[in-house]
Design a protein around this ligand. Structure first.
Ligand code: WT7
Length: 604
């Protein structure tokens, strides 16, 4: 193997929350993990109580919970006591407006304090919270608000004007829009209120009702190959797994200064950017601005960040900025670095060791799993390129797949597992565990299809070596991962098809050295339309306007003909293989098979 194992020094092992993997795994129970939390005085379990209020009861109200960094340094700072008061007020705002437990509050904003207060305040009121990524265009926003029957939206005046105002007629369930930040008074519309005014009028104390741990807490939308986005539903009990993994994997200690760079619009930014670290009582640094290598190093130094959770794309961008800015900054207090969201190439792990002074600890999980499932641990060696091993409490297997990619199911209804080392299979996890999604919002059929017997099937392909380490191979479907964001090709294709000139569209991910994958679209045109730069720009502008820059294709190619299956579905997999110059695999279902030489295909 090209990369040698990275071993940890005895000091790191001594200080780690999880000093010995095998022992921790053997001793672990979910009941034991639950005991690390307090529970509500009135009974039940509420994420916001665990994240905020309980620290006051433990005498840590004065500790800084959230420190927001803007263009001019520290923007605002909230202690645990401040956060308790603000979230009580927000819960009272919802009650006052008549928003009932169980309704979904949506958020659409950058990383501003009001968003964090809204997440936790909604949870206190036993409303569910669903964060939307602020770089989404109006179409993804409309779709998600519509699917979730969102009744409340917390956003900013400018995002409201740009992305929501024109959609109000399409969103009859949306009763209230609470506007955060400057300019809120100047906006009017049905149910539109300045959040600051309502907060100012609200009472400063709120008693959380005895929360059944199965109460819906968070809804995170994620994309599949086909169909509308899926709303993964998580309940308050998820906090048990989030807290346990924040201790065991992120190695959070009470006095840590922790920086999770993910936006709360995505599951990492909520689970490990809001809930889990606050349950550990740490100080969370929140950068309100976008990536900038120089600035990031300055934050690590000035904020004295001890634990850093980020994404491979961000790390590759830091790498690209060269070693010099890293050398100029004092990163000596940085103790632990982890990443998630896309394949972490071994070069980055080793670069971390050399340049940050810490190797990068890859972790694997998904929106659906609600918390980290596989990980490299602070006290354990790292095999660069490996995702590590299942966290305590989680049982993982590789499921055998048939030629069509379907799980092979035994007579007893359970999947068949790969038993040999280093053989590819679909990564599956034994259900249940506390943070496993409980539903896809309003789509029972799709939820059921995610399971075989007692196993949740992730859709990812992986292998496990003889020593029990897990290695990522690829996704089993056509979903695209760009800069760590999951993009459903179908959603992008639908928007391109809105253009009168487009007959068909197929969207795939193509390799990108920094973002992992970039979105590329192939379109065929209707008679009367000719390919050319003008049309390309028009399509590109349409996609950016409707989908937002994070989702719109970076490249658009015109094609005379897209490959189809005999049943008429576009074969994105084949387009991708052709694009990458890879073997075309099983093309037995390709229509008009004559266009490919028989020797490359399977049996017709
Ligand atoms: C998909 C889930 C919850 C984390 C944020 C993304 C890919 C995730 C890794 C990793 C290779 C990874 C998988 C997975 N992924 N972590 N360590 N190595 N790929 O959550 O948006 O639901 O995406 O991200 O393909 O299925 P998500």
């Amino acid at each position: 193997m090209a990369y040698s194992t990275i071993r940890k020094n005895p000091e790191a092992v001594r200080l780690a929350n999880l000093p010995d993997y095998a022992a921790a795994r053997a001793a672990f129970t979910w009941a034991g993990a639950r005991e690390a939390l307090d529970g509500l005085p009135s009974g039940g379990l509420n994420m916001a109580h665990e994240a905020v209020d309980r620290h006051l009861a433990h005498g840590r109200g004065d500790h800084v919970a959230l420190r927001f960094l803007g263009a001019e340094g520290v923007d605002r700072e909230l202690t645990y006591a401040d956060l308790a008061e603000q979230t009580d007020r927000f819960a009272n705002v919802l009650r006052h407006l008549g928003v009932r437990p169980g309704e979904i509050v949506f958020g659409l904003s950058g990383r501003i304090p009001e968003l964090y207060v809204a997440v936790l305040g909604s949870l206190k009121a036993c409303c569910a919270f669903s964060p939307l990524f602020s770089a989404f265009g109006p179409e993804p926003v409309r779709q998600r608000l519509h699917l979730g029957h969102g009744s409340v939206l917390v956003t900013t005046p400018s995002l409201y004007r740009r992305k929501v105002e024109a959609l109000r007629d399409d969103l009859p369930d949306l009763r209230y829009v609470l506007l955060a930040g400057p300019g809120a008074d100047a906006v009017s519309g049905p149910g539109v209120h300045p959040l600051a005014r309502l907060m100012g009028e609200a009472a400063t104390d709120f008693t959380i009702e005895a929360t059944d741990p199965e109460t819906v807490a968070l809804v995170h939308f994620t994309s599949g190959t086909t169909g509308t986005p899926k709303g993964a539903v998580h309940v308050h009990e998820a906090v048990v797994a989030q807290h346990a993994s924040a201790r065991s994997v992120l190695d959070l200690h009470d006095d840590d200064v922790y920086w999770c760079t993910a936006d709360p619009g995505w599951v990492t930014g909520t689970a490990y950017g809001v809930i889990a670290p606050l349950t550990c009582g740490v100080t969370c640094v929140v950068d309100e601005l976008e990536f900038d290598a120089e600035r990031w190093y300055a934050i690590l130094q000035e904020q004295r960040v001890t634990v850093f959770y980020t994404a491979p794309t961000a790390l590759r961008m830091l790498m690209r900025a060269g070693e010099e800015p890293a050398r100029r900054h004092d990163l000596s207090v940085l103790r632990h670095v982890a990443s998630v969201g896309e394949p972490l190439n071994p070069e980055v792990v080793v670069w971390g060791q050399r340049v940050l002074g810490r190797p990068i600890h890859d972790t694997w999980w998904q929106t659906e799993t609600g918390s980290i499932m596989l990980a490299n641990f602070a006290a354990e060696p790292i095999l660069p390129g490996s995702m590590g091993r299942p966290v305590p409490g989680i049982e993982a297997q590789l499921v055998r797949r048939d030629a069509e990619g379907h799980a092979i199911v035994a007579a007893d209804g359970e999947p068949e597992f790969v038993t040999q080392p280093d053989v590819e299979g679909e990564l599956a996890l034994r259900s249940p565990w506390p943070s496993l999604m409980r539903a896809y919002l309003g789509d029972e059929d799709r939820y059921r299809k995610a399971f075989v017997g007692s196993w949740y099937l992730s859709g990812d392909l992986a292998r496990r070596d003889a020593e029990g380490w897990w290695w990522f191979i690829g996704r089993g479907d056509d979903v695209i991962k760009s800069s760590g964001h999951l993009i459903g090709p179908f959603e992008v294709e639908n928007v391109l098809l809105e253009h009168p000139g487009v007959a068909e569209a197929a969207v795939i991910g193509v390799p990108d050295p920094v973002a992992g994958e970039a979105v590329k679209a192939f379109v065929t045109l209707r008679p009367g339309f000719t390919p050319g730069e003008g049309l390309r720009l028009e399509l590109s502008a349409l996609a950016r306007k409707r989908l937002g820059p994070a989702v719109a294709p970076r490249e658009i190619a015109f094609d005379d003909h897209l490959p189809h299956t005999r049943s008429g579905k576009i074969m994105r997999r084949l387009l991708k293989a052709r694009e990458l110059g890879l073997p075309e695999g099983d093309i037995s279902s390709l229509e008009g098979g004559a266009e490919v030489p028989a020797t490359t295909g399977g049996t017709p």
